[in-house]
Design a protein around this ligand. Sequence first.
Ligand code: PRP
Ligand code: ZN
Length: 300
Amino acid sequence: MIDKRTRIKIAIQKSGRLTDRSLDLLERCGLKYTRGRDQLIGFGENMLVDLLFVRDDDIPGLVRDDVCDLGIAGLNIIEEKRLEFQSQGSTDPYTEVCPLDYGHCRLAFGYPEEGAIQAIGDLEGSTIATSYPFILRDFLSQRNVSAQVVEFSGAVEIAPSLGRADVICDLVSTGTTMAANKIREGETILESQCILLKTPVAISPEKTEWVDRLLQRIGGVMQVRESKYIMMHAPKVALPDITALLPGAESPTVLPLEGFRDKVAIHVVCRENIFWETLEALKEVGASSILVLPVEKMLA
Ligand code: PRP
Ligand code: ZN
């Protein structure tokens, strides 16, 4: 039995393209958990955190209803459910804490290659198959297009060949599904990625500490993903040139170099990835012995 008062529950996708990345993120936050075979719950061993493995479509509702304190889902589902809940009169069903920078995909129109319809401008009076009826209807009404929306819970891409729709509106990641079905990808109506959701209900005092710590750690993991620690030697006078070259750099640590009066060692953390071009430019303004190291953990 999970103690609802003290243990935090996080809803994540049971199996799918987001599952591994979400688990990886939580493991990087220090979470160790055990999960029996086919079990829907993972018990946190070293934190007061349990994982609920569910269908991604169910995640927004579980967070809205405060069954889970946090949830990780794609913006496509979050937005679809938000519009659905809104249509039932419930506004602000959850807080979107932050984007997590993985699970990138887009909701886009798909036009059968041989079809008469090849652009948004031709959609008036057409039939569109989608798993995202709320987002699609919202988009169509904003554009003043009247079209019939047919809901498919999966395999949307076969709707045109079954004669059920003229065009589709579906998720695209690599584009292979549409291409394999002779459908040309059209306009994007929503850019999506994974988002961290939080319950609309105030977190109980017993749980606040761990929720705050977890959110801080997630922020830390996000920050270090691209971050680099850079060390180099350089003439003191080159310091302004060097800091100007480093993207997202914090104020550098400047250390004296034994035996040199005009030369210093510079250590700096960069929040963005460093490319060879930057190293070459650093060398050009006088830097030498340049080292770039990955950052493993960061706590602001
Ligand atoms: C989505 C979408 C397409 C496919 C597109 O399905 O419905 O079928 O991914 O990906 P691609 O552009 O890389 O080919 P998903 O795998 O999320 O399964 P689901 O629709 O059953 O949730
Ligand atoms: Zn799905």
